[in-house]
Design a protein around this ligand. Structure first.
Ligand SMILES: Nc1ncnc2c1ncn2[C@@H]1O[C@H](COP(=O)(O)OP(=O)(O)OP(=O)(O)O)[C@@H](O)[C@H]1O
Ligand SMILES: [Mg+2]
Length: 368
């Protein structure tokens, strides 16, 4: 099982600019978590802090029993080998083929023979659907392929923890759905801890076991996905529904009078930028049939049962629905009611043909 990360009272500034303060959370071992937040709130800074590329001035980051803020450079080097990182821009070396890019961490961090390296590299490139493209250079492939190559490279050292910084940026919705499925399948196959930073609402709603959000220099919340998805916090609702109405503005914050002005425009019939208001908890993507079962599911259920009494009532209800298989969620939009299947029918880009489980049907009530 992957390794968890404990973050306690973490504070990071650049000179006089405070990025975030007093961030405390636990990324549960072997589970998939998502960190949301408007642009510029310091999500990438947070990920870079977790692998020791940036150094917060206060707090602790405990990975495998070691506080990586206090540890020696040698310890940090060792701890970093537990991580696979998919950077925001793929961060591939332009002068190397996909094969050499993917082999790079193995050549750098291990003494493996080239024949062993070849097996690992080809296996990981196959996993992300790039088998056959290994001789191509980053400049010769699409943005989506570069993302997947970055993911393949993050996997070669059999990481215990995978950090993905906006894995979906620049991808079309279909490729994003494939990528979501791929991340869940990777979690099923290697039972690693995954932390994803994203702006993508579909990923946030359907992929993670846990979710958190950074806003106005603080962690708004972090916990089981049901807590954030059922939250009434205006900033959370605005973000999840992609609307202009709410506390988030074009630059991160808005004042009360701007919020009131925008609300008045909306009340008078002006479009708020959102398409539909989704309430409740959509079903989570499951591992592709034929994959090992995701061990995180049972572990998380046990953990969440223990936490249950500490959670808000709406989250408790959603968790109970999930445990009993009676998921309910609502999308208010254009005055119709549609039925949504319980499982998504996308497959991983590995050539595996999906068989959709017999769908438990849930109702999306479309009003307005
Ligand atoms: N090395 C650095 N030196 C100084 N300031 C930095 C550095 N890295 C990031 N920042 C600042 O920290 C803030 C947060 O940046 P960060 O890249 O973490 O935002 P983000 O939440 O990832 O945004 P996005 O969603 O747009 O990727 C920004 O104001 C940025 O200018
Ligand atoms: Mg970023």
């Amino acid at each position: 099982m992957g390794i968890g990360i404990q973050v306690e009272g973490l504070t990071k500034s650049f000179g006089p600019q405070r990025i975030w303060e007093d961030v405390t959370l636990e990324v549960p071992a072997g589970e998939v978590s998502v960190l949301l937040g408007p642009s510029g709130t310091g999500k990438s800074v947070f990920l870079k802090s977790l692998i020791g590329l940036l150094r917060p001035e206060r707090g602790k980051i405990i990975v495998d029993g070691t506080d990586i803020i206090q540890c020696t450079a040698k310890e940090l080097y060792e701890i970093r080998t537990l991580f696979g990182v998919m950077f925001q821009d793929g961060a591939l070396f332009g002068s190397m083929s996909l094969y050499d890019n993917t082999a790079f961490p193995l050549r750098e961090h291990t003494k493996k023979k080239e024949s062993e390296i070849r097996n690992i590299v080809m296996e990981k490139l196959d996993l992300v659907g790039l088998g056959g493209d290994e001789t191509k250079f980053p400049g010769e492939i699409s943005g989506g392929m570069r993302k997947r190559a970055g993911l393949a490279r993050s996997l070669v050292l059999d990481p215990q923890i995978i950090l993905c910084d906006e894995p979906d940026s620049g991808l079309d919705p279909v490729r994003t759905a494939y990528l979501s499925q791929l991340l869940i399948d990777i979690n099923a196959q290697i039972d690693c801890t995954i932390l994803i930073v994203t702006h993508n609402i579909n990923i946030a709603r359907t992929v993670p076991d846990n979710m958190g959000m950074l806003f106005r220099k603080h962690l708004v919340m972090f916990g089981p996905r049901e807590v954030l998805l059922t939250s009434d916090e205006p900033v959370v609702r605005q973000f999840l529904n992609g609307r202009r109405i709410g506390p988030i503005g074009m630059s991160e914050e808005k004042d009360e009078s701007t919020i009131a002005e925008e609300q008045a425009m909306f009340d008078a019939g002006h479009h708020d930028g959102g398409v539909e208001e989704i309430e409740g908890v959509p079903p989570q993507i499951q591992a592709t049939p034929g994959m090992p079962e995701r061990q995180a599911v049972a572990r998380r259920q046990a953990r969440v049962r223990e936490l249950m009494h500490t959670l808000p009532p709406a989250a408790q209800e959603a968790i109970r629905d999930d445990l009993e298989g009676t998921h309910q969620y609502h999308a208010s939009a254009f005055g119709e009611t549609v039925e949504a299947p319980r499982h998504r029918d996308d497959d991983a880009p590995t050539g595996v043909i999906p068989t959709v489980d017999s769908p438990t049907v849930e109702t999306r009530t479309l009003e307005r």
